[in-house]
Ligand binder design. Structure first.
Ligand SMILES: NC(=O)c1ccc[n+]([C@@H]2O[C@H](COP(=O)([O-])OP(=O)(O)OC[C@H]3O[C@@H](n4cnc5c(N)ncnc54)[C@H](OP(=O)(O)O)[C@@H]3O)[C@@H](O)[C@H]2O)c1
Length: 248
């Protein structure tokens, strides 16, 4: 059933990885898609092709979400073109891993800029429209690292824990306005972000996951589509871990 027919979703960082899988899964449910990307133009076009195969409308918006001006220009374009966004998926994220003793202030700032300021810039621009229309879905992609901490990821974990707190706070603020705010918290997932891990590290990670393997991006996307769906109308402020049982 195409339960999201007539809706429009903006997925940040949808040129590859989990964002691409989310865009495809929402499109499968009949949702029109706006793909945000920063550097991977070819990847964004490939996501667009895969989304359009599902028979929905799709357009591309290039913007660095950590840059307020670029982000505002993108939102202006979307609001004038699409008339607004019903579903926002704050997915774009980066990591710059190093033990805290060796972490530079630049590594800290870069990760906070994309992973936390990015969702501020995008959400702040789109929320008034959702409130005005009395319907909206915001889904923040956090991470298991934001719930447990992770060696070498002080900057990244701070942003993901922060996104979870943001999810709960915003959920309370807009609960009576028809807007739900939830978070999907992935565990280790096969994307470019984990592709650089040495084989020995992958083996030891797999050994720690009760299901014994990393996630496929489509398994994260299913959880996002659930939060966007009419079936989740009474669900807000929640964090759904999709981590093979690694954190429970
Ligand atoms: N993979 C995992 O194991 C894992 C686990 C837990 C949580 N997560 C979270 O899931 C989300 C997606 O991760 P992924 O694994 O799919 O990562 P990925 O494969 O590295 O893809 C990252 C995406 O974010 C976009 N992006 C990065 N910086 C951006 C910026 N400044 N403005 C706009 N877009 C930007 C990239 O776009 P361009 O390539 O076009 O620049 C790309 O589409 C992230 O928030 C990540 O923290 C991932």
């Amino acid at each position: 059933m195409k339960t999201l027919e007539g809706k429009t979703a903006l997925v940040t960082g949808a040129s590859r990885g989990i964002g691409r899988a989310i865009a495809i899964d929402l499109a499968e449910n009949g949702c029109n898609i706006v793909i945000n990307y920063n550097h991977s133009e070819d990847g964004a076009h490939e996501t667009q092709r895969l989304v359009e195969e599902k028979g929905v409308k799709c357009r591309l918006e290039k913007a660095d979400i950590s840059d307020k001006e670029e982000c505002d220009a993108m939102l202006e374009d979307i609001l004038s073109g699409e008339g607004g966004v019903d579903i926002l998926v704050n997915n774009a994220g980066i990591n710059r891993d190093r033990s805290f003793l060796k972490m530079t202030r630049q590594m800290w700032d870069e990760v906070l800029g994309v992973n936390l300021n990015g969702p501020f810039n995008v959400t702040h621009g789109l929320l008034p429209h959702m409130v005005e229309q009395g319907w909206g879905r915001i889904i923040n992609i956090s991470s298991m690292g934001g719930q447990t901490g992770n060696f070498g990821q002080a900057n990244y974990s701070v942003t993901k824990g922060g996104l979870i707190a943001f999810t709960m706070t915003l959920a309370r603020e807009v609960a009576r306005k028809g807007v739900t705010v939830n978070s999907v918290s992935p565990g280790y997932t096969h994307t470019d972000m984990t592709a650089g891990m040495p084989e020995s590290a992958v083996d030891s990670v797999n050994a720690m996951i009760p299901m014994g393997r990393m996630a496929d991006p489509s398994e994260i996307a299913s959880a996002v589509s659930y939060f966007a769906s009419p079936q989740a109308s009474y669900v807000t402020g929640q964090v759904l871990g999709v981590n093979g049982g690694m954190y429970m």
